[in-house]
Write a protein that binds this ligand. Structure first.
Ligand code: ATP
Length: 510
């Protein structure tokens, strides 16, 4: 369990300009967020690192050969037939449950059910509910409904709500009237689960009729599959190879929550790795390993990631094997929540597009002349969730400093690499600081901060996670040295002013 309190993290993000609620002056809009100046930098740093790892300098493959990956940037809106073919129009559904009393809507597979020992009542809870809150609710329910209650009454988890409507294990043995919804104290207010399509739609053109209906992409990989043939025909890629894309995806999540973790508009970074079916196991393991290395490299503690082989029945409709990377987010309690999934999608998508469009999606091996529709390994991760993981990981509480803590970003991810701070705004110090700033800004994202007392300025840099502060003081003007303050240790040392660029280069390269 992490000791980071989500409320504090959200407050810091707003206070320092990482992330704001979208349309805040109008009361916000559920499931949408705006990235502020520093959040945008942080997100871009993570995005650019992913692109570098995947497209600009891709790794050496398991056979010692460099892998080939090309990038794309495809339209968010595509021909709706594409989403019919991919199964999203028919199948991109989550089972939803309504509460007739509170009018709230829940995802049936995200609601855990607890049976009160020795009674006919079943309590449904959000999957993040703590044991303490579960027991409190049960006690209150008994008291409100004037049912005899003993302090020793316990509960045990029976599964998720949707499971009661799966095949045999149906209500009947367990009467739906005996369920108590997460937000009420009356039994029997929950409906049966119903399917709900999560794709946002709009209309392309002036007429708002069914024939003009279009969808906002729910995942970025759609555009990759649609361009498989274009890429093969226009570039010199040979199997196996990858196509990568980063961009916005939209899902009309019924219960957006946990800050930017589950939002309705978010960004994904996806690689579709095309290969021969026989080579799937080798490449699957390779990509799982690569993705581990990536998260480690950007500063995520791998001990906080749990690798889950998703069991049959819980996988997406297209997937034959999936390993989820689940991270211990601050709201995950003792558990973990998905950050990334590496899936073997089979050759589902290209086969469906071939069937629906009538256009061949085959690869012809130039050596053996074998024709086949390649299989796909897909490492798919949320850029938005990645940013939340970086923020959660970096948040360090330190009561010994005025800011109360600091953001321990890896320098390569930090929005600002250094700050230049004149001790006071007089006696030639701002001028010397500006000179140093002008030199450093050509190489790094640096901040020049002149106003306020120095303690407050250090506090700000700590909270935005700037690894180094260079302070210009009276001595700088006489002996040509500056103080370097290191973010994590707060240790200070003096170095020559003309060595600052070199010093920073060396430190940031670590
Ligand atoms: P979940 O089970 O959390 O809804 P998923 O399994 O549906 O996620 P995928 O379809 O595998 O997610 O999408 C790939 C990645 O996209 C996820 O690992 C996650 O990082 C990101 N993602 C998916 N839905 C959202 C969302 N609503 N908000 C932010 N990121 C998301």
């Amino acid at each position: 369990m992490t000791n980071v309190d989500m409320k504090d993290l959200v407050a810091l993000c707003k206070r320092r300009g990482f992330i704001f609620p979208a349309s805040e002056i109008y009361g916000g809009i559920n499931g949408f967020w705006d990235f502020g100046p520093l959040g945008t930098e942080l997100k871009n740093n993570l995005r650019d690192m992913w692109w570098k790892w995947m497209v600009t300098t891709p790794p050496i493959g398991p056979d010692g050969e460099p892998v080939q990956i090309v990038g794309l940037d495809t339209a968010i809106i595509q021909n709706p037939k594409a989403w019919e073919a991919s199964g999203h129009v028919g199948g991109f559904n989550d089972p939803m449950v309504d509460c007739k009393e509170s009018k709230k809507r829940y995802r049936a597979d995200h609601m855990n059910v607890y049976q009160a020992d020795g009674s006919e009542y079943y309590f449904a809870f959000d999957k993040d509910a703590s044991t303490e809150n579960i027991l409190k609710k049960v006690e209150k329910f008994y008291k409100k409904n004037k049912i005899e209650y003993s302090q020793d009454i316990g509960v045990h988890k029976t599964g998720t709500y949707d499971k009661y409507f799966d095949g045999d294990e149906v209500v009947g043995q367990t009467d739906i009237a005996n369920f108590i919804a997460p937000d009420t104290y009356t039994s029997g207010t929950l409906t049966e689960p119903r399917q709900f399509n999560m794709m946002f739609h709009s209309f392309a053109g002036a007429a708002a009729g069914e024939e003009n209906k279009v969808y906002l992409r729910p995942e970025t990989c759609g555009g990759i599959f649609l361009n498989f043939k274009n890429v093969m025909d226009s570039s010199r890629v040979k199997m196996p190879f990858g196509i990568a894309q980063i961009g916005k995806a939209f899902r009309n999540e019924v219960t957006p929550r946990n800050f930017i973790f589950r939002s309705r508009e978010f960004e994904q970074m996806e690689l579709e790795w095309f290969c021969h079916e026989d080579d799937v196991p080798k490449w699957f393991d390779f990509w799982v390993e690569q993705r581990k290395k990536f998260w480690d490299f950007v500063g995520i503690d791998l001990n906080k990631i749990h690798f889950l082989d998703v069991p049959d029945g819980d996988r997406a409709h297209y997937s034959q094997k999936t390993t989820d990377f689940e991270y211990q987010f601050p709201f995950s309690g003792d558990g973990y929540d998905e950050l990334e999934g590496v899936a073997h999608r089979g050759n589902y998508d290209l086969t469906k597009h071939q069937e629906h469009s009538g256009v061949k999606q085959q690869y012809i091996d130039p050596v053996t002349n074998e024709r086949y529709i390649p299989h796909v390994i897909e490492p798919s991760c949320g850029l938005t969730r990645g940013v939340l993981a970086l923020l959660s990981e970096a948040y360090v509480i330190d009561e010994n400093r005025p800011s109360g803590g600091y953001m321990n970003f890896k320098p390569s991810m930090a929005p600002k690499k250094a700050a230049i701070l004149p001790l006071v705004a007089k006696d030639g110090m701002p001028e010397a600081a500006t000179k140093l700033y002008m030199e450093l800004r050509e190489h790094f994202a640096v901040d020049l901060d002149i106003k306020q007392n120095i303690g407050k300025r250090y506090a700000r840099q700590d909270e935005i996670g700037t690894p180094y502060c260079f302070t210009i003081d009276g001595d700088t003007l006489t002996d040509g040295t500056v103080t370097v303050r290191e973010r994590n240790t707060m240790s200070q040392e003096r170095i020559p002013l003309d060595q600052v660029l070199l010093y920073l280069r060396e430190k940031l390269a670590l």
